[in-house]
Structure formats: C-alpha cells, structure tokens
Design a protein around this ligand. Structure first.
Ligand code: SF4
Length: 226
C-alpha cells in the first residue's frame, strides 16, 4: 500500500503537485489552512474567458498541424485511484500503444524549463499510464507566446521522483506539517499567497514587539519572528 493511501483518501490534483514544486508552503496554505490563491494580474491575463476560447481554438489548429498523429484528445479529465491523483490534461496524443500528454502555457519559451512545469508533465504521464493502460515515454509543452513546441523524454527515474513528490505533498496535508522552506524573492513576488505568507507589518509594530527584526525588503527570506 502506498503511504498516501494510508494517510489520506482524498486524491491530490496535479495542480497541487505543481504548486508544491514551486513552493512547498502553498499546499499547506491551501489544504491545511484553507486559503484561496489571490489572482494576480498576470494570472488574469491567461484566463480571460473570450480571449481564452479564441486562443484555445487557434492553438488546437496549430497543434494538429505540428503533431502528425491520428488521435488527439482535448481537455482529458483523469482520476487514478491507485495513484490517488486527479488532473485535466490539455491534450493527449495517442500513437499505437503509446500516449503522451501535451500541456499549453500562455507564456513564451523560457531559457530553462521550470521544474514545476516538468513535474506536471510527468504526473500526467503517470495518470495516462494508470488510466489508459498504455506507456508514456514522451511529453510536450507548447509555449503559445513564442509558438514553440518542446518535446521531453519521460524516464522511469523521472516517474519515481514524481511519485516521491506526490507522497511528500500528501504527507504535508495529512499530517498538517508546515514546511520550513525559503524561496527566492523572485518567486515570492509573483506568488498568489504572498499576503498570507509574508504579511505587511508596519515598522512601528516591529519596534513595539522589540524582539523582531525589521525586514529589509518585502519578498526577501527575512521573516517575522526570526
Ligand atoms: S510568498 Fe514565497 S515563500 Fe511564501 S508561499 Fe509564496 S513562494 Fe512560498
């Protein structure tokens, strides 16, 4: 039996896993304390409804051209009881006994693909293998703004690593363990949980408490109580 099965019956979403890799505190804020993510301006940009539908159609048309395969399924909802994992995959391509997840990003291609985007892809590959009983050795990310389609190999080692991370998130939620991690200020600046994680404390209150340091800059790793 997987550790997660004994810790919690609630399936974890691939989105929770992605957030965890971005910062392990996020699933704690969401699932232990029940906070909802604040929608930042750049998040709004990617979800405005009418724009989104037009973009969705456009990207499907382009993808159909680029990926020379017969079967493409869009917005595929999957749940694996065995993995305790749920997720909605933007697109699934099927080639014989092989299935591959495709994830669309509204951003341009980055210099380096972030770990949370990669782990999301691997988690989708695990879901596909579990639910469709096929093998998944490749995954794709489409960066819409720069019109790039990147192909990634999905190895057994990556799958094992991802399984380990799934168990870690489940443990945080089930055992209500606050992860004591620090993140670079660049991550915190665009984080929807920043106001909860690093609340603004007026300088007067810091001096009043006497024992606290005054943070040099919001978003740095120097925090209240240290
Ligand atoms: S503000 Fe920074 S440390 Fe806090 S949850 Fe967000 S990324 Fe993590």
């Amino acid at each position: 039996m997987l550790l997660s099965e004994s810790l919690s019956n609630e399936p974890l979403s691939v989105s929770d896993l992605k957030q965890f890799v971005y910062c392990p505190k996020i699933p704690y804020f969401m699932h232990v304390l029940g906070f909802r993510e604040r929608i930042t301006e750049c998040m709004k940009e990617g979800t405005e409804s009418e724009d989104r539908i037009v973009r969705l159609e456009e990207r499907r048309r382009k993808l159909a051209k680029k990926l020379n395969v017969d079967v493409k399924l869009f917005d595929v909802n999957l749940y694996s009881e065995k993995l305790g994992l749920v997720g909605t995959i933007d697109c699934v391509v099927v080639r014989g006994m092989e299935v591959s997840p495709v994830e669309f990003k509204s951003s341009p291609k980055p210099k380096k693909v972030s770990e949370n985007h990669l782990i999301q892809l691997v988690a989708y590959a695990l879901l596909l293998e579990s639910c469709m009983k096929k093998v998944s050795k490749k995954g794709y990310i489409v960066y819409e703004k720069s019109d790039d389609l990147l192909e990634f190999s999905i190895t057994e080692k990556m799958k094992r690593y991802t399984m380990k991370k799934i168990e870690e998130v489940k443990r945080i939620i089930a055992e209500e363990v606050f992860p004591e991690t620090r993140q670079p200020a660049s991550k915190c600046t665009s984080c929807g949980y920043r106001k909860v994680c690093q609340p603004y404390i007026p300088k007067s209150l810091y001096s009043f408490a006497g024992v606290y340091k005054v943070p040099s800059k919001r978003g740095t790793s120097e925090r209240l109580g240290e």
